[in-house]
Every structure is written in C-alpha cells, then in structure tokens.
Design a protein around this ligand. Sequence first.
Ligand SMILES: [Zn+2]
Length: 306
Amino acid sequence: MLYSRSLTLVSVAALALTATACSSGSSDSSASGDETIKIVASTPIWADVANVVAESTDADVEVSSVITDPSVDPHHFEPTAANIAQANEADMVVVGGGGYDAWLYETVKEQDKVVTALPLIEHGTLDEHMNDEGLKVTIIDGNEHIWYDVEAINVVAEEIADAINAKDPEAGASADGLEEKTKGFADRIAALPAKKYAQTEPIADYLLAPSDSWTDNTPEKYRAATLDEGEPAAADLARFLGVIKNGDIDVLIYNPQTETDMTTRIHDAAEAAGIPVVEIGETPVDGENFFDYYESVVSALESNAK
Ligand SMILES: [Zn+2]
C-alpha cells in the first residue's frame, strides 16, 4: 500500500522495492516490480479514489494520475506518448468515462483493464447513452461530471478493489471505508435547506442530486451550451445576468477551472449583487486530496445555505 499521488513513478518504485526488501529479504528489483499492481488514473480525483482502496490492503499497489497539474482542465487535455505508455503498462486504468477522459481510455490497448463509471464513448455523445442497458450509475442530462456522484465513486472503488483482489487473492482490498465517507456527504447535501442556484458550468448536478430542495435556475440555453462544452450566446449571458439581477438565485456555483470572460462577468455580477459564490472545480483547485476537497465544497454549501 502506497499513498501519495504526488510521488513520481521512480520514487514509488523505490519505495515498493524497500517494502519488499523488508518483508522478503530480497533486493531483486525485477522480482519486486512484478508484484506491484500498477493503477493509472486519468485525473487526480480517480487516483485519490484508487488510493483509498490501495490503503485498505497490504498488497503493493502503485497509483498514479496522468494529469498532475491542478490548473489543467481535463476537458481539453492531450496526453503525451509517455502518458499513453504509462496507461498501457498499467494493470488497471481508472477513468470517469462518458467521453470526458476519452483521451486516455481510447489509447488503452487492453480495454478490459479499464475501470470506469460511465460508458466508454466519444466526447459529447453521452446523452445518447442515458438509457443504455447495464449502466452503473444514473446519468443526469448527459452530464459527464460523474465523479461528484457518490454512487459512481462507490462503484468505481468496488471495481478497483475487485480487480486488485483478482490479481492478488491475498490482498483483501475493500471500498468499505469510502462508502461511509460518501454517504456522509450525500446525507449532508440532502439536509441542506431549500435554495435556488445557477451554475457557470454544470459541475454540481451530481453533487446536488441527493437534495430535493435545491433548484437549478441556470437559464436553459446557457446550460445546454455549457453541457455541450460550447460557448453560450450573448443573449444567454444576458439572461443569466437577469437571473442574478432579479434575485432569482440565492447561490452562484462557479467553476474556476473553466473560466471565460463570460463566467468572470457572471461571477462579478453575483458578487456585486451580494449573492454568495461557491467555487466547485473540475479537480481540486489547489491540488488537495479529492475527499478533503469534496468536504470543503459541502461545507461551503452549508455555510451559504443557512
Ligand atoms: Zn467540466
């Protein structure tokens, strides 16, 4: 078990060697390398999910993320040849799916080693797959931001645990600790008092799904454009500013990683109107652990929803 997504592959390998040397008395690097289960995730978030499972076992599990820079927007990521090699050499590749991180899973030769929440499809076609058979999660409005869905986190973690245990029957890897954590988040969202909100990008659909009382008042055409990763029209911006001006929202949900001139104007208008702004990023904005970040987002929603 190794826990840190910031370790380089070299230092993780060195640690794995040390651990094996301690337990077996062997310093044969090739032997210890063969025992390590390598997991490569598309984003730091899926790496953090894998790391929680890795923590549950004494087996040597090495987790790394292809995206390491928290300022990078995964929507527009282009992997290097080294990233693609990293994924193909791994035992397991963990992704969100739904087209979001197709840049990684489309490059993986052995597709059966890909663990995913959403179907592995092309970008922008998720709304065509909402009624597919065998879906592991409920897809909201063709939205790819599935990692804020507590059930998706649980499903992916369980599949990672199963795959580790299949490779090493002694591993005893489990996702139990995680399910407690995600249930805690969902319960707190469900308990939020009723509020109206709008989003600069539909980042919070899954996060707010446990709530029956939060209403998304994002103007429809603005939302449709951002769901398709398009740029809303000037008229959509005007409608959004109207919603703020008319007091039709209590909270603005703002994604700082997909900032544009338009979202900056919306952000500034909300601030000028005294409407609280809750930031929710594609990935943890300061590179912090996903579960700490999720916790801070839930706390921010609670403190702005009194
Ligand atoms: Zn996004």
